[in-house]
Design a protein around this ligand. Sequence first.
Ligand code: PMM
Length: 385
Amino acid sequence: MTLLGSIHNPRIFSADLAPGAAAEIPLADPARFIHFTLILEKISSTQLDLLRQAVSSGGVAESAAGGRALLSATQSQFDAIIARLADPDLADLLRSTIAAYRRCSWTIRSANKSLELGPTPILMGIVNVTPDSFSDGGLFFDTGRAVAHALELAASGAAIIDFGGESTRPGSPEVSAEEEAARVLPVIAELRRQSSVWISIDTRKPSVARAALDAGADLVNDISALADPDMGKIVARAGCPIVLMHMQGTPATMQLNPVYEEVVADVCRELRLRLARAVAAGIDPEQTIIDPGLGFGKTFDHNLALIARLRELRSLGRPILVGSSRKAFLGRLLGNAAPADRLLGTIATCLWTRAAGAAIFRVHDVAEVAAALNVGAAVERGDRR
Ligand code: PMM
């Protein structure tokens, strides 16, 4: 089941006061005004009938195309629907999905520290120790330079540094595990010696992840979301957090012809399966982070739909990481700008997705995005005043 969206922090303003006299009317009972619309997938006609009976006290249940149903109600109406629903499994699903959607704070833990996600945006600074990444390839293909850059990003506000030793740009060839490890391990070990910043290893390979964790990494960023079953075992044994990113295909083929029935629902569904796979491998669900995988088997339109409707991923109940930084779809929106000239697009998408509830932002330009997100945070606080 996927959530379609909701209205937060509802405020009512009197429409007919004299100019200058507009006043906010406090809501005594916000639950009567907070509104949710859910898409229920694969719902049977019996379940739909039961839903229709249960909404008689308020709300709307309608069948939609593709064996789906739409359920729309305020939060207090949902409480009544759940209480009246004569199908306990469906009632549980509604209750848990709404609770997951409303969650807005999480804590991830590594061996000796923890990081709160949600209340303030967290920046993950990118350092690609590769000769060929699309944006910073070759710049940090040297231990000293990679560590210096990582320290600079941490000083600029990155709580996490993400090291990658294999380019995943569309059509890129695979690198052997030995080569990938040789690129990232010295960098991770040296940064660990010099700093307590969170270190993330961006890899699809279980052996690289294990060696990186041994060298001092805190978190695994797996763009294949446990495609290799050994990855789950390694992360479970280490007890570390993991980013599960959505990708259609592999980097070699993913941009040839990505096809979805309905991209947001399809990505939600697949991430739900990957979360279940993580739990089946013994990974603590509280240590999981999800990511829609912008640019990974997605057309221009798919990327924009995922950004516009990012909110729906919140129905999975896990913190969301967004990696829009300098990606090709931004180049197109900015008049064919080169990767290094896509900062304004990066900032715009970070602010937009932050407002939709994203928790972590994986970016190249940490100082600039941090400044923009600070403005966004001040606006968020203003909304509560
Ligand atoms: N994008 C890239 C690499 N790794 N990891 C996550 N979790 N999310 C992303 O969007 C992502 C990623 C490709 O960008 P890069 O070549 O600049 O690292």
